[in-house]
Design a protein around this ligand. Sequence first.
Ligand SMILES: [Zn+2]
Length: 349
Amino acid sequence: MIDTIQSLQRDAMADIQAAASLERLEELRVSLLGRKGRITELLKGLGAVDMAERKTVGAAINALKQDAADAIESRRAVLMDSSSVLARPLDVSLPGIAPLDGGLHPTIQMMYDLNDAFAALNFDVFEGPEISSELYEFDHMNFPPDHPARESMDTYWLASADRSGEDARGADRLCIRPHLTGGSVRYMQRHTPPFRFVYPGRVFRNETTDARHERAFFQYEALIVEKHLPFSAGQLLIRTVLSTVFGRPVRTRMRAGFFPFVEPGFEIDMECVICNGAGCKVCKQVGWIEVMPGGMPHPNVFRAGGIDHNAWMGFYVNVGLDRLVMMRYGIDDVRLFHSADLRFLSQFR
Ligand SMILES: [Zn+2]
């Protein structure tokens, strides 16, 4: 009798552990503990057992009954957990779980908006490689050979481009682009003027990061080349950029500025959008904020692009896109853009 009980215990426990569904578990419960279940039948047969053994056998059957009931309950808890959605009755009045939907990064969204605005004015949208070279980024851009921006303090040079034993100066050392303007020569070399294009992209500088500086950031460049380029064409570029970013016309002014690749060069200021020119902390009380450099391509830049500087005129602007997006949304730390912090990013969906 004890052997029978022990063998039933082994089988019952194995079956319960193997039960893969709540239905199967319920079948097992009925077959073991139901009115005609095997354990119930054993208890019913207790009267036929010898008086000498009855106490021991009865205790063993009761222990089996308790073990089987416990095992069924704990197996039920496991199955309920793993199929909780199906196991629970459906309550259609509960609020649903919203799927996590993505969105465009605010800088990328702004880039697309600008591309659309310029495409409507017949501009090409140009893309260049992030890995570039000293030839395109500095030599073609009319940077003097000893210009400090060439040094690793500002520019990330690629290790594979280190040609030891060779005079690296003048050889085409590779770097990740420190500005977009270098890539514009690639466009000039492949196209015959007149043309107009915009050129969005990420650039890299070896800088210490703080609230206003990142090692990787976005620029947005535009260049028009025409036979006779009225100065108002430059102002059209500036106005299109700023009114697209801020959603309204923004007043601007130009000051003389020096950059190797433009002659003449300008610093373009816009009226502070926070205080509308009255003076505030953001604009350091002057009412104007420096937003972009611009100017006419230097004859050496045109030469590198295969364009006759006596026959053609051009106008560049180069926008620090992250800065403008920060101003538009009142973001005070550029490092948030690369933080991948969903609490920050989800505000722009
Ligand atoms: Zn201000």
